[in-house]
Design a protein around this ligand. Structure first.
Ligand code: GAP
Length: 438
C-alpha cells in the first residue's frame, strides 16, 4: 500500500489535504490525474445508471438539509460508533478495533499503541455526523449536519421527482455527491476518510416485488464493476448477518475487494424496505404514498439501494491496476487502467528536441487535445518519459521521430504489450478512438 500511496503523490493522483500545515487527518485532495480518474468513474456510473436507463432519473440535492431529516432517518439517535480512549497516550479506537485484545475498560487490557494496561476507557457512543450552525448564532436551535449519506436527499425529493418526471413505479433516482463522517479511526489512504463522495441510487418498488429487484440490482452492479476491468477473483459478496444489518435494512450485501490490507467492502446493495419513506411521512406529516392509477392501490414504496463510494471505487481501480513488471531486467511500475478510465489517454513525445521533431509533435498534440486528454513531454530520455507515463497509466505513447518528419508517420507504443505500431498521423484520432472504446 505504501508504494501506491507514494506513486499517487509522485504522479499527482492524491495529496494529503493541507499538507503544508502538517495535513488534516484522513482528508485527501485529488491532483490532476486523480481528479480525471474519479471523474471517469463517476461519468461511467452516471451513464449506466441514468442515461442508459429509462426508469432512473438524476438528482443533485444539497449537502445541508433540514435537521429533522436526520431525526427521521435515525441518524441522530443511531449513527454512532462505540469509542474507546486511552487515558495515557490519548489515542482513540473503535471498540471493535481488532487490535484491542480484551474488553476495553478491563484493568488487564492493553492499549495497542502505548502498551499500557488498564488505560482504556469503557466504550461510549459517539455520533459520526459533523455538526455546524446555520445562521449567525451558534446555539442548539441552529444546529445542522453535513449529510453522512446522499440517500436522504433522494427520499425527501421522491415525490418531486416522481411528479415532475412522470415516472411510474418501479423507478429510481440516482445521485453523486459528497458525504461526511467523523470517523473515529479513519485510514488506509482514501479507503476511510472523513469527507468522501458517494454514488447512490434508490429504486422505488411495489412491496412484494422487492426481493426480485434486490437480486436484479445485485447482478447489475457486479456486471458494472467487471466492466471497469477489475479482476473477478479479487471481488466477492458478503451478505450481512442479522447483527450487521443497518437499522433500516431487511437484507444487505456488500461487494468486497481484496485490498493490500485485506478484504473490505466498497459498495453495498440494501433492501431498505419502506423504512425511510415511512419515517419521513411520519416526521414531516406529508403523505409519501404512491397511487397506482391502474389498480387504485396506495402504498409506501419499498426501496432497493445501490450505494458505492467514488473514492473507494477509485482505490479499487488503482490497486487493481498496479503492477510491477520486469522489462529487460529493469523493474517497471505500471498502472494498467482500462483505457476508458485512464486519466490521460496518450502522451506525445518528440524523440529528440531538434530537427523539426518538437514542432511536429506540438502540432500533433494540439490536434489531439481537442479530442482526448493528452500530455506533452519533451523532458529527459525517451525511456524515462515512457516510464513516467506507465506510472500514470497512460495507455499510449506517441513518438515523433526522424521518419515522422519525412513521411508523417509516428510510432504508437502500447503501455501493456510494449509493442509499437507505426501509424499515419492523419489517422491517429481514429486509431486512438478505436483503441479507447473499451
Ligand atoms: N446510504 C447507504 C450508505 O451510506 P454505507 O455502507 O454506510 O451505506 C456506502 O456507505 C458506501 O460509501 C461504502 O460502500 C463506501 O464505499 C462509501 N463510504 C462510506 N463511508 C466511507 C468513508 N468514511 N470513507 C470513504 N468511503 C466511505
Amino acid at each position: 500500500m505504501e508504494k501506491l500511496v507514494s506513486l499517487a503523490k509522485r504522479r499527482g493522483f492524491v495529496f494529503q489535504s493541507s499538507e503544508i500545515y502538517g495535513g488534516l487527518g484522513s482528508v485527501w485532495d485529488y491532483g490532476p490525474l486523480g481528479v480525471e480518474l474519479k471523474k471517469n468513474i463517476k461519468e461511467r456510473w452516471w451513464r449506466s445508471m441514468v442515461h442508459e436507463r429509462e426508469d432512473i432519473e438524476g438528482l443533485d440535492a444539497a449537502i445541508l438539509m433540514h435537521p429533522k431529516v436526520w431525526e427521521a432517518s435515525g441518524h441522530v439517535a443511531g449513527f454512532t460508533d462505540p469509542l474507546v480512549d486511552c487515558k495515557q497516550c490519548k489515542n482513540r479506537f473503535r471498540a471493535d478495533d481488532p487490535r484491542l485484545k480484551g474488553p476495553p475498560g478491563d484493568p488487564n487490557t492493553k492499549c495497542p499503541v502505548c502498551g499500557n494496561k488498564g488505560t482504556l476507557t469503557a466504550p461510549r457512543m459517539f455520533n459520526l455526523m459533523f455538526k455546524t450552525f446555520m445562521g449567525p448564532v451558534e446555539e442548539q436551535a441552529a444546529v445542522i449536519y453535513l449529510r453522512p449519506e446522499t440517500a436522504q436527499g433522494i427520499y425527501v425529493n421522491y415525490l418531486n421527482v416522481l411528479q415532475s418526471s412522470r415516472q411510474k413505479i418501479p423507478f429510481g433516482i440516482a445521485q453523486i455527491g459528497k458525504a461526511f463522517r467523523n470517523e473515529i479511526t479513519p485510514g488506509n489512504f482514501i479507503f476511510r476518510t472523513r469527507e468522501f463522495e458517494q454514488m447512490e441510487m434508490q429504486f422505488f418498488v411495489k412491496p412484494g416485488s422487492d426481493g426480485e429487484w434486490f437480486e436484479f440490482w445485485r447482478a447489475e452492479r457486479f456486471k458494472w464493476l467487471q466492466g471497469l476491468g477489475i479482476r473477478a477473483e479479487r471481488l466477492r459478496w458478503h451478505q450481512h448477518g442479522k447483527d450487521e444489518l443497518a437499522h433500516y435494512a431487511k437484507d444487505a450485501y456488500d461487494i468486497e475487494y481484496e485490498f493490500p490490507f485485506g478484504w473490505q467492502e466498497f459498495e453495498g446493495i440494501h433492501n431498505r424496505t419502506d423504512f425511510d419513506l415511512s419515517r419521513h411521512q411520519e416526521h414531516s406529516g406529508k403523505k409519501l404514498e404512491y397511487v397506482d392509477t391502474a389498480t387504485n392501490e396506495r402504498f409506501v414504496p419499498y426501496v432497493i439501494e445501490t450505494s458505492a463510494g467514488a473514492d473507494r471505487t477509485a482505490l479499487v481501480v488503482m490497486c487493481d491496476a498496479y503492477h510491477e513488471d520486469d522489462v529487460e531486467g529493469e523493474k517497471r511500475v505500471v498502472l494498467r487502467f482500462r483505457p476508458s478510465l485512464a486519466p490521460l489517454k496518450a502522451a506525445v513525445f518528440p524523440l529528440v528536441n531538434k530537427d523539426g521533431m518538437p514542432e511536429l509533435a506540438r502540432k500533433l498534440y494540439d490536434a489531439l487535445r481537442g479530442q482526448f486528454n493528452v500530455f506533452y513531454d519533451d523532458g529527459g530520455s525517451i525511456g524515462r518519459r515512457y516510464r513516467r507515463q506507465d506510472e500514470a497509466g497512460t495507455p499510449f505513447g506517441i513518438t515523433v521521430d526522424g521518419q515522422s518528419t519525412q513521411d508523417g508517420t509516428v510510432t504508437v507504443r502500447d503501455r501493456d504489450t510494449l509493442k509499437q505500431d507505426r501509424v499515419d498521423s492523419g489517422r491517429l484520432v481514429d486509431y486512438l478512438r478505436d483503441k479507447l472504446a473499451g
